[in-house]
Design a protein around this ligand. Structure first.
Ligand code: SF4
Length: 423
């Protein structure tokens, strides 16, 4: 979501005749787009702002947008008095106001809804992989998560608005569409005639666009994985056979304290249904280790579920207490050294599963999407349907095909090597 927001901010400034500079020292405006989902990222924001202040041109405008801005509010101006603007994730479309009135301080951290999508200019040239937000905010209230505070309650965009943006992306260069939302499969929009649209309707309507070759969505909540959506994996070949569906913990007790109201059985049942619909589907997850009160036995259950499901491409983090969340006030916070040790064990397991899966891909041929040359210029980087990076040796100076059949020839944990099938 932050990558998408940054693109839209850049496009908005482009439309006003500005362009990106290579260094902060050359910029007339510096915008730090921030994430508060983990403590470490939040802590970095103010030290980074201090560095920007000391490096920038004296009259350059600078400020923060995103979730740390929403969380810090006016306090940000006290910590860094030179800041010109502090704009929350729902109000960055107001950024041009500071260009018109550079001598004022601009503060807006309202959770105003979806106005920003209407006020932002359309992108002139869409990226090959285009992110299309379909909903914002979240109603799930997991006890560790700051998102309901920073992004607000869940709200879905109108079906026609999403399809207008998707069609515009398809006409201006998009080949892959990634529908975005904090709770993306909770998408639900009812129009004035009482017709309700779900994520499956968006996928179906996008799949008929000839320019669009791949469709995916992130991030999913397990209990919102409805049958109509699971069925899309059976009927819609453009929908990639890869799904991020975070379980967070394998312990029923921890899940309860996290306020994630699904049982392991019901979660595994959804995975069975997905695999029945699309036998080649692979699942990834997010994990939090060291949640308050997590015992050795709870943690073992997390490692166990990772082995059972064989998640690929997963994200694992140490629990960090966030302001405005219930878990931050829970007793039995886990000491840092235990969290660190558990994370190392889980990472090791997840890396091993990833390496095994990558090795199983050797000799398979996959339709992959080109992301451009690597740093040396001698190779091309492709992305497989499972989001693995595949390095292919460039043979000619001709522009690479956006989509190519690639035979996987070698693999390690982090990436694949491949060759063009037609060659
Ligand atoms: S479902 Fe995701 S975004 Fe929503 S509260 Fe839980 S962790 Fe946060």
């Amino acid at each position: 979501m932050n990558v998408y927001d940054s693109w839209r901010i850049a496009a908005m400034l482009d439309a006003r005749g500005m362009c990106a500079t290579k260094s902060v020292a050359d910029a007339d405006i510096i915008i730090l787009n921030t994430c508060s989902v983990r403590e470490k990222a939040t802590n970095k924001v103010f030290s980074e702002l201090g560095r920007i202040r000391d490096t920038k041109k004296p009259d350059a405008l600078f400020g923060i947008v995103g979730c740390v801005a929403r969380e810090a509010g006016a306090k940000a101006f006290h910590r860094i008095p030179e800041l010109n603007f502090v704009l929350g994730p729902q109000s960055y479309h107001r950024l041009p106001e500071i260009l018109e009135n550079p001598d004022t301080k601009l503060l807006n951290i309202d959770l105003a809804g979806l106005e920003k999508f209407d006020e932002l200019p359309q992108m002139i040239k869409a990226p090959t992989v285009s992110y299309i937000p379909i909903q914002e905010g979240c109603n799930h209230c997991c006890t560790y998560c700051i998102v309901p505070y920073t992004r607000g309650r869940e709200i879905s965009r109108a079906f026609d608005d999403v399809m207008r943006d998707t069609a515009a992306a398809a006409k201006t260069g998009a080949v892959e569409i990634c529908f975005l939302g904090q709770n993306v499969n909770g998408y639900k929009y009812t129009d004035e005639n009482g017709k309700t649209y779900r994520l499956s309707d968006l996928i179906r309507a996008t799949a008929v666009m000839p320019e669009i070759r791949r469709i995916r969505f992130t991030s999913s909540y397990p209990t919102e994985m409805t049958d109509d959506l699971i069925d899309m994996f059976r009927t819609e070949p453009k929908l990639l056979p890869f799904l991020n569906m975070p379980i967070q913990s394998g312990s029923p007790d921890v899940l309860k304290r996290m306020n994630r109201p699904y049982s392991l059985d019901s979660y595994l049942e959804i995975i069975d249904k997905l695999r029945a619909a699309r036998p080649d589907i692979q699942i990834s997850s997010d994990f939090i280790v060291g949640f308050p009160g997590e015992t050795d036995s709870d943690f073992e259950k997390t490692v166990d579920i990772a082995r059972r499901v064989k998640y690929i491409n997963s994200y694992s983090f140490k629990y960090s207490p966030r302001p405005h969340t219930a878990a931050a006030l829970m007793p039995n916070q886990i000491p840092e050294n235990i969290k660190r040790a558990r994370l190392a064990i889980l990472d090791n397991e997840l890396n091993e599963i990833q390496r095994e899966f990558n090795e199983q891909c050797i000799n398979k041929t996959m339709l992959c999407l080109c992301e451009g040359p690597d740093k040396t210029g001698r190779h091309l980087l492709y992305r497989t349907p499972y989001m693995q990076q595949c390095i292919v040796t460039k043979k000619t100076d001709q522009a690479p095909e956006t989509m190519a059949q690639i035979k996987i020839t070698a693999a390690n944990r982090a990436s694949l090597r491949g060759e063009f099938v037609k060659d």
